[in-house]
Design a protein around this ligand. Structure first.
Ligand code: NAD
Length: 350
């Protein structure tokens, strides 16, 4: 029996990626929908064979408590709404999968962790890159020191936004919590922590937003930050809404360079290893099986619900990212480095 999920919020990600990804899942299935738009919900329910009796709106969502078919709730709303819906799902006794960024502040994120702990339900944050085949392989190459010590990493996540997009929730601080950093720069931050298995101890940052552009009245356009980790791996990150789409990472090891030109895409990752071969420099393309990363993520949550394990990307992971993003903004605003106390990681490779 596959674990039944309720999907809360039928926006672009839910309709274009998450609902289709259930089609490949052997462990999870969509059984309920929550939306403010009855017409859209009716169409989507018919498309995925969801019982109209399992369709809720934002007001009667709490009645999901009485629906035993729903074991887990997937929150796919604007960031500023995550806390309220995670807490309501927890109070209804349902396990929760929440989209990234977890919230709009570390205080809200911590409150969400506490609410799920109090209700004895699991909380997982949808860090899909931690379930993606190429990034998983890269993490093990770092951990096994296959190419020697990891010396540095560069990570870029740039996504062009519409010129007339100022009214979109991503440009409203109350709903987004920030601009390019929490939306897409978070992939650079979270993946650097995932790949190294370490927590940064020092952060430098600087930012820029074009003046008089209504899209950047409340949130930043472009931000650059450097992370120093305890092992002295140095990581340069760059994120922006203002340039052509680019989602790449490059890792500089003692004995090789590993290049991923499309590291954070929904699919189609590639990986090239550049290293000395005899007297010349050789390039090897690593080709892996690549299951749908959204399906892998849903299946992991379903396994945790069935087996009672803690998710690999629990709420605490989201709290830590929010603390670090707050430190990044502090560094950018002050022009000073921000030093952070060392954090004990429970295990090296979660
Ligand atoms: P979207 O704008 O396409 O969808 C948001 C949905 O929320 C819409 O259906 C909208 O009707 C609904 N909504 C309810 N109340 C709203 C309000 N007050 N204002 C605006 N919308 C409201 O956004 P999206 O791109 O689907 O993003 C949803 C969440 O998923 C965000 O947290 C985002 O960061 C995350 N996301 C994650 C990924 C990923 O790769 N994991 C990709 C895109 C988005």
């Amino acid at each position: 029996e596959r674990v039944g999920f309720a999907i809360v919020g039928l926006g672009r990600l839910a309709l274009e990626e998450i609902l289709p990804a259930f089609g490949e899942s052997k462990k999870a299935r969509p059984v309920a929908l929550v939306s403010g738009s009855p017409e859209k919900m009716k169409t989507v329910a018919a498309q995925y064979g969801i019982d109209p009796a399992n369709c809720y709106d934002y007001a009667n969502f709490d009645r999901i408590r009485d629906n035993p078919a729903v074991k887990a709730v997937y929150i796919v709303l604007p960031n500023g709404m995550h806390r309220e819906y995670v807490e309501r799902a927890a109070r209804a006794g349902k396990h929760v999968l929440c989209e990234k960024p977890m919230a709009t502040s570390s205080a809200d994120a911590q409150a969400m962790v506490d609410a799920c702990a109090a209700a004895s339900v699991k909380l997982m944050i949808a860090y899909r890159i931690q379930y993606e085949a190429y990034n998983l392989r890269l993490a093990s190459l770092v951990r096994q020191q296959t190419f020697g010590r990891l010396v540095g990493m560069s990570a870029i996540n740039v996504q062009t936004v519409a010129e007339n997009g100022a009214q979109q929730w991503r440009h409203k601080r109350a709903l987004s919590g920030g601009g390019s950093l929490p939306d897409i720069g978070l992939y650079c931050l979270n993946t650097a922590r995932f790949l190294t298995g370490e927590e940064p101890v020092e952060i430098f940052a600087t930012q820029y937003s074009p003046p008089n552009d209504p899209r950047y009245a409340e949130v930043e356009e472009t931000l650059s930050f450097t992370l120093r980790f305890p092992s002295n791996v140095l990581v340069n990150c760059f994120t922006s809404y203002g340039a052509r789409d680019d989602k790449c990472q490059r890792l500089n090891f003692e004995k090789a360079t590993v290049d991923m030109p499309n590291a954070y895409l929904y699919e189609g990752q590639r990986m090239t290893v550049i290293q000395r071969q005899g007297d010349a420099t050789g390039q090897t393309e690593l080709v892996l099986q690549q299951p749908n990363q959204f399906t892998e993520e849903l299946d992991h949550m379903a396994e945790c619900v069935i087996g009672g394990q803690r998710p690999r990307t629990p709420g605490e992971e989201g709290v830590q990212d929010h603390k670090l993003m707050e430190a990044i903004y502090r560094a950018a605003e002050s022009g000073q480095p921000v030093r952070l106390p060392p954090v004990e990681k429970p295990d090296a490779f979660r």
